[in-house]
Design a protein around this ligand. Structure first.
Ligand SMILES: Cc1cc2nc3c(=O)[nH]c(=O)nc-3n(C[C@H](O)[C@H](O)[C@H](O)COP(=O)(O)OP(=O)(O)OC[C@H]3O[C@@H](n4cnc5c(N)ncnc54)[C@H](O)[C@@H]3O)c2cc1C
Length: 450
């Protein structure tokens, strides 16, 4: 079969590699940019009077537990990886009250919620915000522990986007990424170059933007921006779903099931390299979001800015990467989408990180599953791996923690009755204490307690 792949990100290049190595199909790949690699290629950082640096933005780090297929594929490709640091620091404006955490019920609650989250399970048909409320997680847990981890993993820059993600994706993703992290030696570019090396130059078309696609009985017609037409037996659109939809509509029409499968929520970010270093590998700063234009619509309450220390993460010392809301990259919000009704229906197939959880692992698995199925029927020696199920002891821990949460939620009203008199007593003692230093200490204690 003559196959065209549109888009040379991790998904397009992996599909290319699998088809070239493990099938007899003739494959061409089209990429609108000057270089292959998509988001995983990285960003060129231009510094005055110094050499340009390719900052390894798009595949900085992955956790083997959370990205098992990627880890296995890198081994298969003989691409070395090394342990890396993804330590996290969080700063919030305004700062949460309470310094003496031992006397701070909020801190105890946060510790308890963190513990039970580690053993939690969630379905994908519930949004994270609803799941957190239904399971009694505290606001402090979301703001101070969970949200920064979601931001680090999915590059999200506000709390509303995080709360609208499928709960199952978030719970599994965050749990899996609490373990160790690794980076590819040579960065995402090493993977990109290895994958692209299987295709001869005459089948690799860069600066070739496809602007429309039409399916006919005899094949699929692709039209390039300059007007050149190409006919193939089958096409893989390894580009974001919303762009794929545009190409279909520019060519002819899109069926309702295609509209449904290909549309989704995206968030825009800027990724700006700079010179400097930060105390931890990733730092997340949260500030109150500006007021919404339309008060009747759900709106974010926090805006997040992320800084990645590329020295610690990607062995690029003295370079940081700043992520903030913007438009340079479109990041998909993971959603529970079903591609099956649209897949291969008109000799057109779809792949990409957007079709799953939004990370490099998702781009790879989407391509792997596609090429293994009809009509490609390739046979790569790689499985789309799933995370291991919970061990018996973990299941037991989950039951105990669920029971503890049940007790906590039942006794919560009682806690309010007890905590008020304590706060009042502390306020009275504070006022009555004559020694200023002792008074300050009691005031601090009272603040923590409240
Ligand atoms: C700043 C940043 C940091 C990240 N860090 C990590 C990380 O540390 N770990 C991790 O696992 N993931 C990370 N990711 C996510 C990861 O990079 C992506 O999930 C992955 O690269 C997406 O691959 P893809 O093939 O789905 O899409 P893309 O990389 O977006 O590839 C799509 C390609 O299609 C091309 N294209 C689009 N339209 C057309 C057209 N009409 N004609 C021809 N070509 C077209 C585009 O130019 C692009 O090259 C990061 C992402 C960003 C933005």
């Amino acid at each position: 079969m003559r196959v065209a792949i549109v888009g040379s990100g991790i998904s397009g290049l992996s599909a290319l590699w699998f088809l070239k190595k493990h099938s007899d199909h003739e494959v061409n790949i089209y990429e609108s940019a000057e270089h292959v690699g998509g988001q995983a290629r990285g960003i060129i950082y231009r510094r005055e009077g110094k050499e340009d640096v390719l900052v390894d933005t798009g595949l900085m780090a992955f956790s083997p537990a959370g990205s098992p297929t990627l880890a296995a594929f890198l081994k298969h490709l003989d691409l070395p990886t090394r342990r890396t640091d993804m330590s996290l620091a969080v700063s919030r404006q305004p700062r949460p009250a309470g310094v003496l955490n031992l006397f701070n019920p909020r801190a105890w609650r946060l510790a308890f919620d963190t513990l039970r989250f580690r053993y939690a399970q969630a379905d994908d048909d519930q949004k994270l915000g609803a799941w957190l409320s239904a399971n009694g997680y505290s606001a402090a847990f979301f703001d101070e522990w969970l949200l920064p981890r979601i931001a680090r993993l999915w590059l999200l820059t506000d709390d509303l986007a995080a709360k609208s993600m499928p709960a199952g994706d978030v719970v599994r993703g965050v749990q899996d990424h609490e373990a160790s992290w690794e980076a590819i030696t040579g960065g995402g570019a090493a993977l990109i170059d290895k994958l692209a090396s299987v295709v001869p130059p005459e089948n690799l078309h860069t600066r070739a933007e496809i602007v429309s696609i039409t399916s006919h009985e005899y094949g699929v017609r692709l039209v390039e921006a300059g007007g050149t037409n190409h006919i193939y037996d089958h096409v893989i659109l390894a580009i974001p779903g919303n762009r794929a939809l545009k190409l279909l509509k520019a060519g002819s029409w899109a069926a309702p099931e295609e509209e449904e499968a290909l549309s989704g929520d995206w968030t825009g970010i800027d990724a700006v390299p700079a010179t400097g270093a930060v105390p931890t590998a990733v730092s997340v700063t949260s500030t109150p979001a500006p007021p919404a234009y339309d008060a009747s619509m759900p709106a974010p309450t926090q805006t997040l800015a992320l800084t990645y220390d590329m020295g610690r993460i990607a062995a690029q010392p003295g370079i940081t990467l700043h992520i903030a809301p913007g438009s340079a990259f479109q990041v998909p919000l993971p959603s529970t989408r079903d591609l099956a009704p649209a897949q291969n229906t008109r000799r057109i197939a779809y792949a990409g990180a957007w079709a799953r959880g939004g990370r490099a692992e998702d781009a790879l698995v989407s391509a792997l599953e596609l090429v293994k199925s009809a009509p490609f029927n390739a046979s790569p020696p790689l499985e789309g791996r799933r995370r291991a199920g919970m061990a018996m002891t973990l299941t037991l821990a989950r039951i105990v923690l669920a029971y503890a949460e049940g007790v906590r939620s039942i006794t919560a009203p009682l806690w309010t009755v007890v905590s008020w008199p304590v706060a009042l007593a502390l306020a009275i003692i504070e006022t009555a204490t004559p020694v200023p230093r002792a008074r300050r200490q009691i005031a601090l204690l009272r603040k923590c307690w409240e």
